[in-house]
Design a protein around this ligand. Structure first.
Ligand code: CTP
Length: 403
């Protein structure tokens, strides 16, 4: 995940039983690749401990306006400048009132007044308090000032009654904030399909034919597409890698046939596809039910060709869909890559040379040449796979005029 795009989120926690859900909220933002800092009121710390907050957010908690944050005397101003979005969840009637009237008498309310970017509040309180004209008037004022209200849900309240006042679920709050932050990204609203890793073709219950693909290139692409605002479907062969971004939906497969099925299934919904997987070209014709014993001095396997998934996609792709593949070559590299681009009806091909030291399988670096169907070309230098992924995606964004 590229650090330059890491979103900075401030979470404010006020006193209310829903404060325990703020811990999940911190986790959700961290999982989505954000950096999180938390400010809490004294009352909030009756419900959740500084230790839980600091452990989950991986940052110091701000709760005492007289103590410097991170050794900075005017830390509240520094934190306010640092943040891309601020969400107060749960937001008490008291904090709504203070914010409306510009009262800054503790760490959180001071930070709120020093902050002038996208602010979300997720109120949580008893239904009668929420409906009180004072609270409703204050909310109206805040909404008019551009504060985004994440309305409380109706349901069972901690005080034992039913009504409107229960804080919205952390998943919904996180989604609302992230959607807003992503709204201006070049690929927001786009669906992307990425395949990654090797396939394993079984011979018997204990053996398979595989390859050295680590999946790093495909995973880097999936992360970077998500960073640019896309919803990503990542179809991954066997790999030890984990995906991080919450906009990535991962489907694990083992064989070329399983990758074919999952890819064909996902393809109609997506705008952009990048086939980075190293799919086996051949698979054993028969898979033995039991472990094959060593008897003869020679042993041969009958293999048959797998379906070329990328070619199948090229045949069915619509005008609006953008299709990219990789070419792994060891000789006549450019000619072969261009041939693949044309034969498989691609919009773009990424040529991976196996000859460059530090490029190709198993390495964390790669060197590629990007070639489009219109003959545009970009020759990259040896870089980390994250950076190569970023170059490929920026190239596609330009091609699609999305920047
Ligand atoms: N590919 C695919 N299905 C296959 C084999 C390859 O979708 N059964 C895709 C790969 O994901 C890659 C592209 O086709 O994007 C090119 O793969 P590569 O191994 O370079 O070429 P092949 O088409 O398999 O041809 P060859 O092995 O003969 O070079």
């Amino acid at each position: 995940m590229s650090i330059k795009n890491k979103k900075h989120i401030l979470i404010g926690i006020t006193g209310g039983i829903a404060a325990y859900k703020s811990l999940s909220l911190i986790r959700l933002f961290i999982k989505a690749g954000c950096e999180v800092k938390v400010a809490a009121t004294r009352n909030a710390l009756q419900f959740v401990t500084p230790l839980s907050i600091e452990t989950l957010s991986q940052n110091k908690l701000y709760h005492d306006s007289f103590a410097p944050i991170e050794n900075i005397e005017v830390g509240h101003v520094t934190w306010a400048d640092w943040a891309d979005a601020f969400v107060v969840a749960p937001c008490s009637a008291n904090m709504i009132g203070k914010l409306t009237h510009g009262i800054a008498d503790d760490a959180l309310s001071t930070l709120l007044l020093a902050y002038n970017k996208i602010l979300f509040i997720a109120p949580a309180m008893n239904d009668k308090m929420y409906c009180h004209p004072a609270v409703q008037e204050n909310l109206k004022t805040l909404i008019n000032r551009g504060v985004r209200l994440i309305e409380p849900a109706s349901g069972f309240l901690a005080c034992g009654t039913e009504g409107k006042g229960r804080m919205e679920e952390p998943e919904t709050i996180a989604e609302t904030v992230l959607r807003q932050l992503n709204a201006n990204l070049p690929l927001s609203g786009k669906k992307v399909l990425v395949t990654a890793g090797p396939t394993y073709e079984p011979i018997d219950p204990v053996r398979f034919i595989g390859n050295h693909s680590s999946g790093l290139m495909g995973f880097a692409l999936a992360e970077q597409f998500a960073e640019q605002g896309a919803e990503v479907i990542l179809i991954a062969g066997p790999t030890y890698l984990n995906h991080k971004h919450s906009s990535i939906q991962r489907i694990n497969i083992m064989t070329a046939q399983e990758m074919l099925v999952e890819t064909m299934n996902a393809f109609p919904q997506v705008d952009i596809t990048v086939m980075a997987a190293a799919v086996a070209d051949y698979t054993p014709s028969v898979v033995a039910d039991e472990k094959i014993k060593k008897k003869e001095s020679h042993f041969s396997l009958d293999l048959h060709k797998t379906t070329d998934i990328l070619s199948e996609l090229g045949k069915i792709k619509s005008e609006k869909q953008y299709l990219a593949g990789f070419a792994l070559e060891t000789e006549n590299e450019k000619e072969n890559a261009i041939q693949k681009l044309q034969n498989k009806k691609l919009d773009l091909i990424v040529l991976n040379s196996m000859k460059t030291p530090g490029a190709g399988f198993k390495t964390t670096t790669n060197q590629v040449i990007i070639i489009t169907k219109d003959g545009r070309e970009m020759v990259g230098c040896l870089k980390g796979k994250d950076e190569v992924a970023s170059d490929i995606i920026q190239f596609i964004i330009q091609e699609l005029h999305l920047n």
